[in-house]
Write a protein that binds this ligand. Structure first.
Ligand code: E4P
Length: 214
Protein backbone atom coordinates (compact mmCIF):
# COMPACT_ATOMS: atom_id res chain seq x y z
CA UNK A 1 0.00 0.00 0.00
CA UNK A 2 1.23 3.45 -0.91
CA UNK A 3 1.39 6.20 1.73
CA UNK A 4 0.36 9.68 0.69
CA UNK A 5 0.57 12.52 3.19
CA UNK A 6 -2.66 14.50 3.53
CA UNK A 7 -1.41 18.04 4.05
CA UNK A 8 -0.37 21.21 2.24
CA UNK A 9 2.11 22.16 4.97
CA UNK A 10 5.52 22.10 3.30
CA UNK A 11 7.44 21.55 6.55
CA UNK A 12 5.37 18.43 7.28
CA UNK A 13 5.77 17.18 3.70
CA UNK A 14 9.56 17.65 3.85
CA UNK A 15 9.73 15.72 7.11
CA UNK A 16 7.71 12.77 5.75
CA UNK A 17 9.86 12.77 2.58
CA UNK A 18 12.94 12.61 4.83
CA UNK A 19 11.50 9.49 6.52
CA UNK A 20 11.54 7.75 3.12
CA UNK A 21 7.87 6.73 3.19
CA UNK A 22 6.19 9.45 1.14
CA UNK A 23 4.68 8.08 -2.06
CA UNK A 24 2.63 11.20 -2.78
CA UNK A 25 0.60 14.11 -1.39
CA UNK A 26 -3.09 15.01 -1.26
CA UNK A 27 -4.38 18.52 -0.67
CA UNK A 28 -7.83 20.08 -0.64
CA UNK A 29 -9.11 23.69 -0.47
CA UNK A 30 -9.28 23.58 3.36
CA UNK A 31 -5.67 22.36 3.65
CA UNK A 32 -4.50 25.03 1.17
CA UNK A 33 -6.37 27.71 3.16
CA UNK A 34 -4.59 26.61 6.36
CA UNK A 35 -1.19 27.47 4.83
CA UNK A 36 -2.22 31.13 4.34
CA UNK A 37 -0.44 31.09 0.95
CA UNK A 38 -1.77 31.31 -2.62
CA UNK A 39 -2.47 27.96 -4.31
CA UNK A 40 0.21 28.46 -6.98
CA UNK A 41 2.90 29.06 -4.32
CA UNK A 42 1.89 25.97 -2.32
CA UNK A 43 1.85 23.76 -5.41
CA UNK A 44 5.26 25.06 -6.47
CA UNK A 45 6.72 24.27 -3.02
CA UNK A 46 5.28 20.75 -2.99
CA UNK A 47 6.39 20.02 -6.57
CA UNK A 48 9.95 20.94 -5.59
CA UNK A 49 10.17 18.12 -3.02
CA UNK A 50 7.74 15.38 -4.09
CA UNK A 51 8.27 13.11 -7.10
CA UNK A 52 5.07 11.06 -6.63
CA UNK A 53 1.46 12.04 -7.38
CA UNK A 54 0.30 15.38 -5.92
CA UNK A 55 -3.48 15.86 -5.79
CA UNK A 56 -4.70 19.44 -6.22
CA UNK A 57 -8.42 20.15 -6.19
CA UNK A 58 -10.46 22.19 -8.67
CA UNK A 59 -12.78 24.78 -7.12
CA UNK A 60 -15.15 25.38 -10.03
CA UNK A 61 -18.48 23.59 -9.69
CA UNK A 62 -19.44 23.49 -13.38
CA UNK A 63 -18.01 21.22 -16.06
CA UNK A 64 -16.38 23.95 -18.18
CA UNK A 65 -14.83 25.63 -15.14
CA UNK A 66 -13.51 22.31 -13.85
CA UNK A 67 -11.96 21.52 -17.22
CA UNK A 68 -10.29 24.93 -17.46
CA UNK A 69 -8.75 24.42 -13.98
CA UNK A 70 -7.88 20.79 -14.72
CA UNK A 71 -5.93 21.71 -17.86
CA UNK A 72 -4.06 24.48 -16.00
CA UNK A 73 -3.19 22.22 -13.06
CA UNK A 74 -2.12 19.31 -15.26
CA UNK A 75 0.18 21.63 -17.23
CA UNK A 76 2.16 22.54 -14.07
CA UNK A 77 3.94 19.18 -13.78
CA UNK A 78 3.51 15.57 -14.90
CA UNK A 79 2.83 14.32 -11.37
CA UNK A 80 -0.11 16.65 -10.66
CA UNK A 81 -3.36 14.73 -10.17
CA UNK A 82 -6.51 16.81 -10.61
CA UNK A 83 -8.87 16.34 -7.69
CA UNK A 84 -12.52 16.56 -8.68
CA UNK A 85 -15.62 16.38 -6.44
CA UNK A 86 -18.08 13.55 -6.95
CA UNK A 87 -20.92 15.48 -8.57
CA UNK A 88 -22.49 15.01 -12.00
CA UNK A 89 -20.34 17.82 -13.40
CA UNK A 90 -17.35 16.28 -11.61
CA UNK A 91 -17.94 12.87 -13.17
CA UNK A 92 -18.31 14.47 -16.62
CA UNK A 93 -15.01 16.28 -16.05
CA UNK A 94 -13.39 13.05 -14.83
CA UNK A 95 -14.40 11.30 -18.06
CA UNK A 96 -13.14 14.22 -20.17
CA UNK A 97 -9.84 14.29 -18.25
CA UNK A 98 -9.46 10.54 -18.62
CA UNK A 99 -10.01 10.84 -22.40
CA UNK A 100 -7.42 13.67 -22.48
CA UNK A 101 -4.85 11.68 -20.47
CA UNK A 102 -5.14 13.87 -17.35
CA UNK A 103 -4.86 11.96 -14.05
CA UNK A 104 -7.78 12.46 -11.65
CA UNK A 105 -8.62 11.84 -8.02
CA UNK A 106 -12.38 11.81 -7.46
CA UNK A 107 -13.00 13.17 -3.99
CA UNK A 108 -15.83 13.42 -1.45
CA UNK A 109 -16.89 9.81 -2.06
CA UNK A 110 -19.18 8.42 0.64
CA UNK A 111 -20.67 5.30 -0.98
CA UNK A 112 -19.72 2.28 -3.06
CA UNK A 113 -22.25 3.39 -5.71
CA UNK A 114 -20.39 6.69 -6.10
CA UNK A 115 -17.09 4.81 -6.36
CA UNK A 116 -18.53 2.62 -9.13
CA UNK A 117 -19.56 5.72 -11.11
CA UNK A 118 -16.08 7.25 -10.70
CA UNK A 119 -14.39 4.06 -11.94
CA UNK A 120 -16.68 3.90 -14.97
CA UNK A 121 -15.70 7.51 -15.78
CA UNK A 122 -12.04 6.46 -15.76
CA UNK A 123 -10.89 8.08 -12.49
CA UNK A 124 -7.24 7.38 -11.66
CA UNK A 125 -8.07 7.40 -7.92
CA UNK A 126 -11.24 7.31 -5.84
CA UNK A 127 -11.13 8.94 -2.40
CA UNK A 128 -13.67 7.49 0.06
CA UNK A 129 -13.79 9.67 3.22
CA UNK A 130 -13.70 7.13 6.03
CA UNK A 131 -13.38 9.39 9.09
CA UNK A 132 -16.28 11.62 8.07
CA UNK A 133 -18.48 8.51 7.69
CA UNK A 134 -17.40 7.32 11.15
CA UNK A 135 -18.22 10.80 12.49
CA UNK A 136 -21.82 10.34 11.27
CA UNK A 137 -22.18 6.98 13.03
CA UNK A 138 -21.49 4.87 9.91
CA UNK A 139 -18.83 2.16 9.65
CA UNK A 140 -16.44 3.96 7.28
CA UNK A 141 -14.19 0.99 6.57
CA UNK A 142 -17.16 -0.99 5.24
CA UNK A 143 -17.15 0.99 2.00
CA UNK A 144 -13.45 0.25 1.52
CA UNK A 145 -14.28 -3.45 1.68
CA UNK A 146 -17.17 -2.96 -0.79
CA UNK A 147 -15.20 -0.79 -3.22
CA UNK A 148 -12.14 -3.05 -3.31
CA UNK A 149 -14.40 -6.06 -3.99
CA UNK A 150 -16.35 -4.26 -6.73
CA UNK A 151 -13.20 -2.97 -8.45
CA UNK A 152 -11.67 -6.47 -8.34
CA UNK A 153 -14.82 -7.98 -9.89
CA UNK A 154 -14.46 -5.82 -12.98
CA UNK A 155 -10.70 -5.19 -13.10
CA UNK A 156 -11.15 -1.41 -12.90
CA UNK A 157 -7.86 0.48 -13.04
CA UNK A 158 -9.05 3.13 -10.55
CA UNK A 159 -6.94 3.01 -7.38
CA UNK A 160 -8.68 3.03 -4.01
CA UNK A 161 -7.24 5.93 -2.02
CA UNK A 162 -8.50 5.84 1.57
CA UNK A 163 -9.03 9.41 2.81
CA UNK A 164 -10.22 11.23 5.92
CA UNK A 165 -8.00 9.01 8.04
CA UNK A 166 -8.17 9.71 11.76
CA UNK A 167 -5.99 7.11 13.50
CA UNK A 168 -3.53 4.21 12.93
CA UNK A 169 -6.28 1.56 12.89
CA UNK A 170 -7.72 3.20 9.76
CA UNK A 171 -4.30 2.73 8.13
CA UNK A 172 -3.94 -0.89 9.21
CA UNK A 173 -7.48 -1.76 8.11
CA UNK A 174 -6.89 -0.08 4.74
CA UNK A 175 -3.84 -2.28 4.20
CA UNK A 176 -5.68 -5.40 5.40
CA UNK A 177 -8.46 -4.76 2.90
CA UNK A 178 -6.00 -4.24 0.06
CA UNK A 179 -6.53 -0.51 -0.57
CA UNK A 180 -4.00 0.84 -3.08
CA UNK A 181 -3.26 4.04 -1.18
CA UNK A 182 -3.93 5.55 2.21
CA UNK A 183 -3.59 9.32 2.55
CA UNK A 184 -2.62 10.04 6.10
CA UNK A 185 -2.42 13.30 8.09
CA UNK A 186 1.01 14.08 9.53
CA UNK A 187 0.06 13.40 13.17
CA UNK A 188 -1.35 9.96 12.31
CA UNK A 189 1.74 9.05 10.23
CA UNK A 190 3.87 10.07 13.20
CA UNK A 191 1.87 7.74 15.49
CA UNK A 192 2.49 4.76 13.19
CA UNK A 193 6.11 4.61 14.38
CA UNK A 194 5.36 4.32 18.07
CA UNK A 195 4.99 1.36 20.38
CA UNK A 196 5.79 1.51 24.12
CA UNK A 197 7.54 -1.89 23.94
CA UNK A 198 9.92 -0.49 21.31
CA UNK A 199 10.90 2.33 23.72
CA UNK A 200 11.24 -0.03 26.68
CA UNK A 201 13.19 -2.56 24.62
CA UNK A 202 15.57 0.07 23.27
CA UNK A 203 16.20 1.56 26.73
CA UNK A 204 17.09 -1.93 28.03
CA UNK A 205 19.43 -2.65 25.10
CA UNK A 206 21.21 0.69 25.65
CA UNK A 207 21.56 0.05 29.39
CA UNK A 208 23.02 -3.42 28.78
CA UNK A 209 25.30 -2.01 26.06
CA UNK A 210 26.94 0.20 28.69
CA UNK A 211 28.14 -3.00 30.43
CA UNK A 212 29.95 -4.25 27.31
CA UNK A 213 33.73 -3.63 27.66
CA UNK A 214 34.86 -1.01 25.13
C1 E4P B 1 -8.52 13.66 1.10
O1 E4P B 1 -7.86 13.74 0.11
C2 E4P B 1 -8.90 14.78 1.96
O2 E4P B 1 -7.94 15.80 1.79
C3 E4P B 1 -8.88 14.45 3.42
O3 E4P B 1 -8.50 13.12 3.64
C4 E4P B 1 -10.10 14.88 4.15
O4 E4P B 1 -9.95 14.54 5.49
P1 E4P B 1 -10.77 15.21 6.69
O5 E4P B 1 -12.09 14.53 6.78
O6 E4P B 1 -9.93 14.94 7.90
O7 E4P B 1 -10.89 16.68 6.37
Amino acid sequence: MKFFVDTADIAQIKEVVSWGICDGVTTNPSLIAKTGKPLAKVVEEICAVVQGPISVEVTALDFEGMMTEARKLAAIKDNIVVKIPLTKAGIQATKACSDAGIATNVTLCFSAAQALIAAKAGASYISPFIGRLDDCGNEGMQIIEDITAIYRNYDFNTEVLVASVRHPIHVVESARLGADVCTVPFDVLDKLFSHPLTDIGLAKFMKDWEKVPK
